[in-house]
Design a binder for this molecule. Structure first.
Ligand code: FAD
Length: 373
């Protein structure tokens, strides 16, 4: 396909939206990104970028920019139970030698992608909340302040509460997993462990890893809870309540949680992967198509993959319709597999009955990527 004069509107300046904006702008498309927020920024938290995501960043010419932000290269993960005994050791780089596996600050990844999109010629328009999309041969986007934008292609990269997804699929009914995640970032200073640590206990677990040249430490703590309302990442929590929830863990976790001064809480929901990823002149990408639980750390990596494959599928197709259909065919089964695998991981971390716990840990070792510590 020839991208000269090809008008693309991307809804959402998140990880997937900015990546596809750069990928298409580099090929010559006229790209406009509509973002509801007042600025391109992220609340502080970490993100694991695995070899698949890194391959996309390399393809977009942004891998060295990510490395320059102080992304920490991971070599191995130890898994501990809540009293501190090692369970298994995971060699993160084993299946992709030379590719790397990084821990980034989300704000750094967003900043690198936004700069990359701008430099490639994409226009980023803030304070443009999209109200609805009218699919068609020349699809139209209507913003909440009444502006109407027509394009040759509209990409819904607008995350969990996508406006395009229901237009293509109807409303979905997410199911609460009875798990709630706390997330925080603390200074690393004075702490010994530079690696990823996963502490598992009955009904709860804590994952922690270093960020920004090891100056910060990211914490995600997950506990079971019966009820939750309102899905989203920005609800504030109480540091004292976090410490109390994990008071039964060992001194390493308790010491870490005592450093938390600001924390967000996030109810975890299961969503079906969208059945229809594309419609006339429209495509879904990232969380808009396949929100995933965080237990494989793959949501952002999948969004990067989608961005790359969508741009490549369009480039190799004779027309937009064929490109969109090739994109959906290439991506849907993979997304379903990863989303299912992340859902299956949830139960392994929280087992309370000792024989089941031993069986779960054995299953983790046999999972193909895990070796005993
Ligand atoms: P988002 O990042 O959600 O971006 C959507 C954008 O669209 C936002 O900027 C939003 O403001 C904008 N938007 C929404 N609606 C509108 C509208 N109507 N009009 C205009 N703009 C709109 N993934 C990993 O790969 N590795 C990890 O280690 C990892 N850890 C995680 C830890 C936590 C605590 C969380 C919460 C998630 C984690 N994820 C991880 C998942 C990952 O962050 C998401 O899957 C990823 O951000 C999805 O990217 P996206 O671009 O699809 O959507």
């Amino acid at each position: 396909m020839d991208f000269q004069g090809f008008r693309t509107v991307v809804i959402g300046a998140g990880i997937g939206g900015l990546a596809v904006a750069r990928a298409l702008a580099l090929r010559g498309a006229q790209v406009t990104v509509l973002e509801q927020a007042t600025g391109i920024r992220e609340v502080g938290a970490g993100l694991q970028v695995s070899p698949n995501g890194l391959a996309v960043l390399r393809g977009l010419g942004l891998k060295s920019a990510i490395e320059a932000t102080g992304a920490v290269r991971a070599t191995a993960v130890s898994l501990h139970n809540f009293c501190g005994a090692p369970v298994v050791r995971l060699d993160l780089a084993r299946h992709a030698p030379g590719q790397g596996y990084y821990f980034c600050h989300r704000a750094d990844l967003i900043a690198v992608l936004a700069e990359g999109a701008r430099r490639a010629g994409a226009r980023l328009r803030l304070l443009h909340k999209v109200d609805r999309v009218l699919p068609g041969e020349v699809p139209e986007v209507v913003t909440c302040n009444g502006a109407r934008v027509r394009a040759d292609l509209v990409i819904g990269a607008d995350g969990l509460h996508s406006r395009l997804r229901p237009a293509l699929n109807g409303e979905a009914r997410p199911g609460f997993t009875r798990q709630v995640a706390w997330r925080a970032v603390v200074p690393q200073e004075g702490m010994a462990e530079p690696e990823v640590r996963l502490f598992m206990g009955p009904g709860r677990h804590v994952v922690t890893y270093p960020l920004r040249d090891g100056r910060l430490r990211n914490i995600v703590a997950v506990e079971e809870q019966r009820q939750w309302t309102g899905e989203g990442w920005s609800q504030r929590g109480e540091p004292r309540a976090l410490s109390q929830a994990f008071a039964g863990f060992g001194p390493e976790v308790r010491g870490l949680l005592d450093r938390v001064t600001e924390v967000h809480r996030w109810g975890l929901f299961r969503h079906p992967v969208a059945r229809n990823w594309t419609g006339p002149g429209t495509a879904l990408l990232g969380d808009a198509a396949h929100p995933t639980l965080p237990f494989m750390a793959q949501g952002a990596n999948l969004a990067l993959e989608d961005a790359w494959v969508l741009a490549a599928a369009l480039a190799h197709a004779p027309d937009v319709g064929t490109g969109l259909s090739d994109y959906a065919t290439a991506r849907r089964d993979r997304a379903v597999r990863v989303v299912d695998a992340a859902s299956r991981n949830a139960w392994k971390y929280h087992l309370s009955f000792p024989p089941l716990r031993a069986a779960g840990q054995a299953a983790m070792r046999l999972g193909g990527r895990l070796a005993p510590a």
